[in-house]
Design a protein around this ligand. Structure first.
Ligand code: ZN
Length: 326
């Protein structure tokens, strides 16, 4: 069986206070809150999706705000950074914007490109990298012009204690080695970049060699998983079959309402997901009202009042004047 992922689909991290998460990603980073729903596997927890105007695959960062979670312990077998793509020439404005908001940041160089690294209020490691491509666009009410706005995901970095085994698996999923260098911080033996061979040309994965790193532990600020794109349900089924052949024990295909997903652990221990491009976030809200309502999949509608009562009230800056409790 063969399968070729076409890019990064989304990445999911663990947040703390729900409203603080929304404020940072919408007001400061300028992403659009495209869905307020619950974690389908733990419905008494929110699940927020942020992305471009429509939350297209490749633009999406999502969060489970787990109020009781302890702090993350970084380690092997997880993604340790998410890089977001900004338009060429935008990094100076971003450094000024982060300064203005009291977010400390550091600039390094990686494969000849500048990387601005910082963390969100919960400690999630983020990076901004300039990159051409894609349609520069923004959404009505966005706090930033298209010339500065985050355009989508650029990369995720996996801390890889089994770098060759992880790379070999990713090769089976359609990624190919693109470049290699010593890590800029000197704390890891090397960094290997792998690109989606038949992919969107915009996203990639970096593998950081970590031969003796202890495993990480999920907590506030952890990147929970990274999802790769499958075009449709047939491609997802092929991916699942391939992962089963490779004895990686993939989950059954799960209905995530906005896409269908299969989860598995790569040989280094990180949780990866394969997710379909469709049906997307307009399946239960019109494009101009994404993120306005509190949305539940049909199988949880019967618990709406109970869940509303269990979850703290949140509002998006975008909808300050017409926040909905629907
Ligand atoms: Zn996911």
């Amino acid at each position: 069986m063969s399968f070729r992922a076409s890019g990064l689909h989304h990445a999911t991290a663990i947040a703390g206070r729900p409203q603080g998460n929304i404020e940072f990603y919408v007001r400061l980073l300028g992403l659009r809150l495209v869905k307020r729903t619950v974690n389908f596997d733990d419905p008494q927890t929110y699940h927020f999706y942020f992305g471009d105007q429509l939350g297209r695959p490749g633009s999406v960062v999502t969060f489970f705000p787990w109020l009781g979670a302890g702090p993350a312990v970084r380690g092997a077998g997880e993604a340790t950074a998410l890089a977001l793509r900004v338009p060429p020439g935008a990094l100076d404005a971003w450094r000024a914007r982060l300064d203005e908001h009291g977010v400390s940041h550091a600039t390094t160089e990686r494969f000849g490109a500048e990387v601005v690294a910082f963390t969100d209020p919960d400690g999630t490691p983020l990076e901004l990298v300039e990159g051409a491509g894609g349609e520069p666009e923004t959404w009505p009410g966005a706090p930033l012009p298209a010339s500065q706005a985050v355009q989508g995901l650029h990369a995720a970095t996996l801390l890889a204690p089994e770098l060759d085994a992880t790379a070999a698996l990713l090769e089976r999923l359609g990624l190919a080695r693109a470049a290699e260098e010593r890590d800029e911080a000197g704390t890891h033996a090397g960094r290997r970049r792998v690109r989606f061979a038949d992919g969107d040309g915009l996203t990639h994965l970096d593998l950081l060699e970590a031969p003796e790193r202890a495993p990480g532990r999920w907590g506030t600020g952890s990147i929970h998983h990274v999802a790769l794109r499958a075009a449709d349900d047939d491609a997802l089924a092929a991916a699942r079959e391939l992962l089963a052949e490779l004895e990686l024990n993939p989950t059954k295909a799960k209905d995530r309402h906005y896409f269908r997903s299969v989860y598995f652990q790569e040989p280094g221990g990180a949780v990866l997901e394969i997710a379909t491009d469709g049906p997307g976030f307009t399946v239960d809200e019109p494009a101009d009202e994404l993120g306005l309502g509190f949305r539940l999949p049909p199988w949880l509608e019967g618990e709406r009042d109970f869940l509303r009562g269990r979850l703290p009230v949140t509002a998006s800056p975008e909808y300050a004047d017409r926040f909905s409790r629907r």
